[in-house]
Design a protein around this ligand. Structure first.
Ligand code: ANZ
Ligand code: ZN
Length: 864
């Protein structure tokens, strides 16, 4: 039999789709739209299996929706700014722009070989001035609206890359790229006011019912809304009773656990707190302590893990609810200036950090909450804090209350006494967007000695990156460019200086989905009408690693655009799906070095050896494919050896798409064999099947009916599976149908008709998954139009009835014929159907039946 030549066939259909512009999307208000988007890639140079999985899933949805009659938008572009391009410039001496565009070209070629139903006419790259010009304009609008501002703040500083890092880019106290310990620096930086929408971003999560629950939860935790209180503590000098000279006033602390106030045993200030700064002026020891604290970054996780250290200040704090009770005051490294009020009270009995601190400095540890069933006399928190819910003890008027009730009551009391106030607090911080980097979107601002910070006038946009920059030294090439930053002040005309920081690249990806709706529109970020038609994204697909930042920033940007009247929309993504990772087992040679999957060989007994010298190899568990462990498989190689359809089919078949997928050679060859088998089944069948469009026969054999039933049930099943992202289940159904089709071997004309029908259904259902082979078989079945332009098959309801039974029809105990009835059909229905049977009518020969006996699901006996 003919072998399926996937290489020729895949190229042929890719060309056909491209020439006919099959996947070009055009606004058509008469048709319902469907916008499918996969998170666009960073042009690192090559696509990896994670991309293949992501885009295959998106492509199944896009092609399926298209077949179902939707006007589908399925675009692709490049998240093209970012650090790796600058690193390449430093290491390989190639310009970031050149490096980026060469990578884009290479990856585009790879993506095209996958046969994705993409509208390439909408391709965008975020490093293109025609893209970032609009971003600069939006930023100016946000600035005007008060949503962008400059603020001096303590930030993470990478002393090697000479740049600010986001908290997320600091890993265990070190810069994520350089590994250098980060420092704290006070810098004036641009921020976007995401906190302005904190409540709305949180509330609306509830309505995103086509988002994974876990992503919504992660966002809610990130926003971190909590009820708390600000409490004022009178400060005195260390002598307490007789303050010497200076009135220190009241210390304002922030707490989310005012219910534990009676367990307080110290107060602590951030090293950056103004009171600490004042005391440090005359205390070299404190100065030294503050400098030490600056050596760790500002990320919460890092502060959490660092050793807790404190410096005792010459002050006392008076407890607001316990007259006469005072406590020591420390400067402590785990208190952040950027959170709450930069000051806390420590309750070692019920907080991990405070417990560690109190143990270290010998401070009292008093239990004020205990488990409901504990004994107050023996309950102790000396060895570890009790951080769970419980009942209040040792707390005067709060005793016996639950934590929740105690919070309400104590806040009431604090407010009555004028020593505190209930507050709502968010963990969410404003988005710091300045980066001291070259390969990013320039921030359109100008600094003038006389006029301050002035926006770049709109007519001067875009502020383009200069190309003649050097990467021979660390630091920001824009800042040391000889001429670029020197400009005239737009307001007074005097000598001024451009902002040399560029935007965080997360801004670039916060609105690209809007740009796709009208990617060439010159006068605004998008054409309102197009945008209104296509947005929101109906199905967004990507990695769960973007569950917080990218998705939250995009939700913010959409709201900021709404507030400057660019759109009326709140949310950008109606449906979200987060796919699992692609994993592979790892291989280690005897010398400890990692080996690529292609460098090892599996012997007949299952033993794994190094291919080159047959030395033993240690096989490790399956892990996310990564360059460092070399457990990667190159998509190019797979597509070359087996074809895109095989790669796609395997990706879809192996596991539920939200779960991790284990890439195996056996899985791929299995998928490949199935493609070959299908081709054989179809080619053999086509020769003997009735022509396309042959009228439906009046009746079918049992075997034909069974096949028809299987085919139509597969339509219903696969459709539901695709809608629910159960691609692996859909694939399993298709495997089964293929066997059923192959199993019907008959010369009967009606049987052949049923076989053609089933084969056509099969081919149409595989269209979204293995589009090249499906297109090829569609043509072989005699169709002139493209499968990609053909509608989804419709299931006949009658063939979907699941449980039917064969019922014997007897006349006076003698078999006359059989009936197909729905299982457990009512007796009257069985009787009626039996009497209508021609064979019975013939047997009755005009006589009227005396009695009809129905044995449900088995027999109808007519007595005459
Ligand atoms: C007293 C207390 C008792 C606290 C207790 C916790 C447990 P979340 O919930 O994460 O928002 N805190 C307040 N401001 C801080 C700052 N600037 N730097 C470091 N820690 C700070 O955390 C709020 C809690 O973290 C607050 O509640 C405060 O400690 C501490 F059993 O107050 B708590
Ligand atoms: Zn000026």
């Amino acid at each position: 039999p003919a072998r399926y030549n996937f290489r020729e066939t895949e190229a042929k259909w890719q060309k056909a789709w491209e020439e006919r512009q099959t996947f070009h999307a055009r606004m058509d208000k008469a048709r319902p739209k469907y916008y499918v988007l996969e998170m666009f890639p960073y042009p690192s140079g090559r696509i990896h299996m994670g991309h293949v999985r992501n885009y295959t899933q998106g492509d199944v949805i896009a092609r399926y929706k298209r077949a179902r009659g939707f006007n589908v938008l399925h675009p692709m572009g490049w998240d093209a700014f970012g650090l790796p391009a600058e690193n390449a410039a430093m290491e390989k001496k190639v310009h970031p722009k050149k490096w980026t565009y060469e990578n884009i070209a290479a990856m585009k070629k790879q993506l095209k070989s996958m046969g994705l139903s993409l509208d390439w006419s909408r391709e965008i790259a975020t490093c293109d001035p025609t893209y970032y010009r609009h971003q600069q304009k939006m930023f100016l609008d946000f600035w005007k609206a008060g949503l962008a501002y400059r603020k001096e703040a303590w930030v993470n500083w990478d002393p090697v890359d000479n740049t600010v890092l986001a908290n997320e880019q600091v890993i265990e106290g070190k810069g994520w790229r350089t590994g250098a310990p980060v420092e704290r620096r006070k810098l004036t930086q641009w921020n976007l006011k995401i906190t302005h929408f904190a409540d709305e971003l949180l509330e609306r999560l509830d309505t995103l019912d086509r988002w994974p629950e876990k992503v919504r939860l992660m966002q809610a935790n990130w926003i971190g809304k909590s009820r708390g209180a600000r409490v004022f503590w009178q400060l005195t000098d260390a002598s307490g009773a007789a303050p010497s000279g200076k009135d220190w006033g009241k210390l304002e602390i922030f707490t989310t656990r005012p219910d534990t106030l009676y367990g307080a045993s110290f107060a602590a200030l951030s090293p950056e707190h103004p009171i600490v700064a004042e005391l440090a002026e005359t205390d070299p020891g404190l100065q030294h302590f503050v400098a030490e604290c600056r050596k760790t970054g500002t990320a919460a996780a890092e502060v959490e893990t660092a050793e807790k250290i404190g410096y005792k200040l010459p002050l006392l704090a008076k407890h607001p609810l316990m007259p006469g009770k005072t406590m020591p005051v420390y400067a402590a490294n785990f208190v952040l200036m950027e959170y709450g009020t930069g000051a806390i009270f420590g309750c070692p009995g019920h907080d991990e950090r405070d417990h560690e601190f109190a143990t270290k400095y010998g401070l009292p540890i008093i239990p004020v909450v205990m488990p409901e069933d504990a004994d107050a006399k023996s309950f102790s928190v000396a060895n570890e804090p009790f951080v769970e819910d419980g009942v209040i003890i040792n707390s005067d008027f709060l005793d016996g209350l639950t934590v929740e009730d105690a919070k309400i009551k104590v806040i009431e009391r604090l407010e009555e006494m004028g020593v505190g106030k209930g507050t709502t607090q968010y963990r969410l911080r404003d988005w710091l967007v300045s980066r001291q980097r070259y390969w990013g979107c320039p921030i359109p601002a100008i600094h003038c000695e006389k006029c301050g910070v002035v926006p770049v006038p709109e007519k001067d946009l875009p502020v383009e990156l200069p190309e003649d920059v050097t990467f021979d030294r660390p630091g920001n090439p824009l800042d040391r460019h000889p001429t670029w930053k020197h400009v005239a002040c737009p307001t007074c005309g005097g000598a001024a200086r451009r902002e040399t920081d560029t935007f965080d690249t997360f801004i670039d990806s916060s609105w690209y989905f809007d740009r796709f709706t009208s990617p060439k529109f010159a006068t605004a970020p998008f054409d309102r009408e197009e945008n209104h038609y296509w947005m929101p994204v109906d199905q967004y697909i990507g990695g769960v690693e973007h569950a917080i930042l990218h998705l939250l920033y995009s939700r913010f940007w959409t709201r900021a655009m709404r507030d400057v009247q660019m759109t009326s929309r709140d949310e950008p993504f109606d449906g979200l799906f987060t796919q699992g990772m692609v994993c592979h087992e790892t291989y280690r040679a005897a010398d400890g070095s990692w080996l690529l999957p292609e460098e090892v060989e599996r012997l007949d007994g299952g033993k794994v050896v190094r291919a080159s010298d047959k030395s033993p190899v240690e096989v490790g568990r399956s892990e996310k494919m990564s360059k460092s462990k070399k457990n990667v498989v190159d998509p190019d190689q797979i597509i070359h050896d087996y074809g895109a359809d095989t790669a796609r089919w395997f990706m879809l078949s192996d596991s539920p798409p939200e779960r991790d997928l284990e890439w195996t050679e056996a899985g791929v060859t299995g998928a490949w064999r199935f493609q070959q088998r299908l081709f054989r089944i179809a080619s053999e069948a086509v020769a003997e099947l009735p022509a396309a469009g042959t009228p439906k026969p009046a009746s079918f054999s049992d075997a034909a009916t069974a096949l028809r039933r299987a085919a139509h049930k597969t339509i219903a099943g696969v459709s539901a599976d695709i809608e629910a992202f159960h691609f692996n289940k859909a694939v399993a159904r298709l495997y089964e149908l293929a066997s059923t089709i192959d199993g019907l071997k008959s010369k009967d004309a009606a049987d052949k008709w049923a076989k053609r029908e089933a084969l056509e259904i099969f081919v149409r259902l595989t269209g979204p998954m293995t589009p090249h082979l499906a297109e090829e078989l569609w043509q072989a079945l005699g169709h002139k139009s493209l499968l990609a332009d053909s509608p989804w098959p419709l299931a006949e309801d009658a063939l979907l009835v699941d449980d039917t039974v064969t019922v014997a029809v007897q006349l006076n105990g003698k078999l006359r014929g059989t009936l197909q009835l729905a299982k457990d059909a009512p007796k009257e229905e069985a009787e009626k159907a039996a009497l209508a049977l021609p064979e019975l009518a013939r047997g009755l020969d005009g006589k009227t039946p005396k009695r009809v006996i129905v044995v449900p699901n088995r027999i109808v006996n007519v007595v005459a």
